[in-house]
Design a protein around this ligand. Structure first.
Ligand code: GAP
Length: 498
């Protein structure tokens, strides 16, 4: 990637970050104390957008699939959970320090960035060979060779510009804390680094209480915590974030088919949200996580390149078997369907296909995808219009109501419309400033419809509805508004594409 290209991409991300702050989407955490690295707060518009994304995911998983149900497990779990899951022993990132800048980097990210450089320069086979070699070395835990690879690839620290690297070391990513008042070893517990384990330990509770039949899934949305050493790219990599995960329990031997099914379904879900197909791609993992037998990322083209938004993992019976061994409680399912020999499949530990998407990464993808700048000409003036082109179903505010002027009964009429529609939609009433400025403010937060009340409204109960993307205005009767807006903002518009 050339320096100019890099600068443009960084500028694009910078614009999005400052837009997110200025218009109430995302703020740095505890900003008055200069913030806390890799931790962010969602503002008044951000929380609406994020909640809409979460509700959409939840409904798509648990409402459109009869055999997927949800749970909400606690963040704190018995410490043995993390021994069983392998996170205590294997949830590490390979880190390397630059001795001149004293900056620490993830070794695999440095190599991935180098491969991305080769790819951008058109040398795809060199990029692939590098990733393959990296995957092989990390799989073999040959950290010395990973360091050598970084040196031989002439990778330099972006801050100091030198290759004065330390050896590569593994860092565990889990946060720990103490339960109760005594800091003994036995009282150490962890903030969960993934929500999935809350699902695994409840597998039999849900299966039995819900009389669920394999194949079935359990979905969950919740916070996860990772002590990410390298905090980068805004809300892309956070220390406290939210995951939306689903574990799909299947009969052993059928996991390949389910893996392909969920892979396709989840990619289609992102497309249904309005992400253009050329901005999404699959990326097979070069290094598999300790639990995975196969894994693929759904990547989005962020301003800083194609990066993971969601992972689809074939986790075999690894987690349930581990929990069975450590808890000494059977994690088996009795399958009374008949096999080819006409006999019941009987008892087995189900295999698992997981879909795991970060709510914050999805939010960032949605924001980057929605952020639009267009040149518009009004009379002799050409100016840039910035607007957020969210799918109306996930837009934070669905419609704004404006009286043309603040007198002659127009505010009262506009308020009546607002009061009537607020039962169905998240609305805004706004009477300050010229109407052009009010439209601009709504464009900047992505409100799909602006309803203007003028003198004609007082005569015949009609209003103008201005559409965000085209800026076109149409006149309609007040009684048509509910259906007009309702049709456009309904989750159904997304469901029917799935
Ligand atoms: N249960 C499997 C699992 O946790 P993962 O690939 O480590 O797999 C799944 O994480 C998703 O969670 C990622 O695709 C990403 O969207 C999100 N995620 C992971 N780490 C994150 C972080 N530090 N900040 C924000 N999102 C993160």
């Amino acid at each position: 990637m050339s320096t100019t290209e890099k600068t443009t991409e960084n500028a694009q991300l910078k614009d999005i970050i400052s837009h997110a702050k200025e218009y109430g989407f995302v703020f740095p955490s505890s900003e008055i104390y200069d913030g806390l690295q890799a931790v962010y707060d969602y503002g008044q518009n951000g929380v609406e957008l994020k909640n809409n994304l979460k509700t959409l995911w939840w409904k798509c998983m648990t409402q459109l699939h009869q055999n997927v149900v949800g749970i909400d497990a606690a963040i704190f779990m018995h410490p043995l959970t993390w021994k069983a899951s392998g996170h205590i022993d294997s949830f590490n990132d390979p880190m390397i320090d630059n001795l001149d800048s004293k900056k620490r980097y993830r070794a695999d990210v440095l190599l991935e960035d180098k491969a991305a450089e080769y790819e951008k320069a058109g040398d795809v086979s060199k990029a692939q060979a590098l990733l393959k070699e990296m995957g092989r070395l990390l799989e073999a835990e040959d950290l010395k060779a990973v360091q050598q690879l970084i040196i031989s690839e002439n990778i330099k620290c972006p801050v100091s510009g030198t290759s004065n690297w330390t050896e590569v070391r593994q860092f565990n990513l889990m946060f720990s804390t103490q339960v109760g008042s005594v800091a003994e070893d036995s009282s150490t517990i962890y903030l969960r680094p993934e929500t999935a384990q809350g699902i695994f330990v409840n597998f039999l509770n849900v299966q039995k209480s819900g009389r669920m039949k394999v194949p079935f899934g359990i979905a969950q949305i919740g916070k996860a915590f990772r002590n990410e050493i390298v905090a980068r790219q805004f809300i892309f990599r956070m220390r406290e974030f939210e995951q939306m995960e689903m574990q799909f329990f299947v009969r052993p031997g059928t996991e390949g088919e389910w893996y392909e099914n969920w892979k396709a379904w989840r990619k289609n879900w992102h497309l249904a949200l309005g992400v253009p197909t050329e901005k999404l791609r699959f990326h097979d993992h070069d290094k598999l996580a300790h639990y995975a037998k196969a894994a693929v990322d759904i990547e989005f083209e962020f301003p800083f390149g194609f990066k993971e938004v969601e992972g689809i993992h074939s986790r075999s019976d690894f987690d349930l078997t581990q929990h069975q061994n450590l808890s000494r409680k059977k994690q088996q399912y009795f399958d009374n369907d008949l096999n080819e020999d006409g006999k019941p499949y009987g008892n087995y530990v189900p295999y698992v296909v997981e879909t795991s998407v970060g709510a914050d990464r999805l939010f960032l993808m949605t924001l980057c995808n929605a952020y639009q700048e267009e040149e518009i000409t009004e009379g002799d003036n050409t100016k840039t219009r910035t607007f957020l082109k969210f799918h109306p179903a996930i837009a934070p505010i669905k419609a704004a109501v404006f009286p043309l002027v603040k007198k002659d009964g127009l505010p009262e009429k506009a308020m009546q419309i607002f009061d009537d529609l607020k039962f169905d939609f998240k609305m805004i009433y706004e009477e300050r400033d010229a109407i052009g400025k009010r439209y601009t403010r709504q464009d900047l937060i992505g409100t799909p419809f602006c309803i203007a009340v003028d003198y004609e409204t007082l005569e015949n109960d009609t209003v103008t509805v201005r559409e965000r993307d085209t800026r076109e205005q149409k006149r309609m009767h007040i009684s048509e508004l509910r259906q007009y807006i309702g049709d456009a903002v309904s989750f159904k518009r997304i469901f029917e594409k799935l």
